[in-house]
Ligand binder design. Structure first.
Ligand code: SF4
Ligand code: SF4
Ligand code: SF4
Length: 276
């Protein structure tokens, strides 16, 4: 199906959901002067605002936490992955959700470049959607070859590489705020006694990044939102890919796939953990 056909079908399905009173709000995308952006459709009269195209980059799962009603949402593979993790972590209820899944071959920046996370994505097709619009796409084999350049560096150079990245961080918190899986009401990283926002020195920056890395291990679904939001172009995508690789190699576990799958980092299996 062409993008315009998917968009028309999306509007048709959402219109029906409102007319049948199955949802109270729909989370999708609309056009704006600054490009495609998330939007919140509240009635059938607003449905024609919805668009669908390769620039629909945001992970909409982030907004699900705002609503305590019946919500419809359009989801790419990575949005659905985040939805699965939020359901597993009891943050949202599957019963209140209507998911329109759209198979995805990647999303593009305004200058028409595919985002790097999409080149290695192995989670392109809907797995738990209530309805799928568009044909299923080929899934890619899992590979971590994209990390080779960094992994092949001597350890000192690798250390310097990450220190250089972290030095550029301005601790704006955009990466944390945009992450669909960073939802704590009271975030550890908001503690002013832990991070001195007046100084913003290197150790604060390292502390910030290592804390997020540990908190997202086994939960990050590699949507790339953090890297896209970063005003300093810090290679957060590579950092979280590396963490995903470690989790995969240690536990053969990938988040965002099965609602019943247990995160090995929050469960204890004496046999497995003894071996580790
Ligand atoms: S990460 Fe995967 S599902 Fe998400 S936009 Fe890229 S290709 Fe699509
Ligand atoms: S850490 Fe980044 S890539 Fe991972 S889920 Fe959060 S925003 Fe997405
Ligand atoms: S978005 Fe970039 S600059 Fe801002 S805190 Fe995150 S890594 Fe640092």
């Amino acid at each position: 199906m062409k993008e315009i056909e998917i968009e028309n079908e999306l509007r048709r399905v959402v219109r029906r959901l409102f007319l049948e009173k199955r949802i109270d709000i729909f989370i999708g995308f609309e056009d704006s002067l600054n490009g495609v952006r998330p939007c919140f459709i509240k009635s059938v009269d607003e449905v024609d605002r919805l668009v669908w195209n390769k620039f629909c980059k945001n992970n909409l799962a982030l907004y699900l936490l705002r609503f305590d009603c019946r919500v419809g949402i359009v989801a790419k593979g990575c949005d659905e992955g985040a939805i699965i993790e939020l359901i597993k972590e009891n943050q949202i209820s599957r019963e209140n959700l209507y998911i329109i899944g759209i198979p995805c071959n990647g999303i593009y920046s305004e200058d028409n470049k595919i985002y790097s996370v999409c080149k290695t994505c192995t989670r392109r097709n809907p797995l738990i959607a209530d309805i799928i619009i568009g044909e299923l796409v080929d899934e890619k084999d899992m590979t971590f070859d994209d990390l080779k350049e960094i992994e092949d560096m001597p350890i000192k150079d690798r250390f310097r590489f990450w220190i250089r990245e972290f030095e550029n961080c301005i601790l704006c918190y955009a990466c944390r705020n945009i992450c669909p899986l960073c939802y704590c009401n009271e975030c550890y990283l908001d503690r002013r006694d832990l991070i001195d926002l007046r100084e913003r020195n290197l150790s604060d920056k390292i502390f910030f990044h290592l804390s997020r890395a540990i908190h997202l291990a086994g939960r990050c679904i590699e949507c790339g939102e953090c890297e896209r939001a970063c005003p300093m172009n810090i290679k957060l995508g590579k950092l979280f890919r590396k963490i995903s690789k470690e989790v995969w190699e240690l536990f053969e576990y990938k988040p965002g796939i099965g609602i019943e799958d247990k995160n090995p980092l929050i469960t204890f299996d004496p046999k497995r953990d003894e071996e580790l």
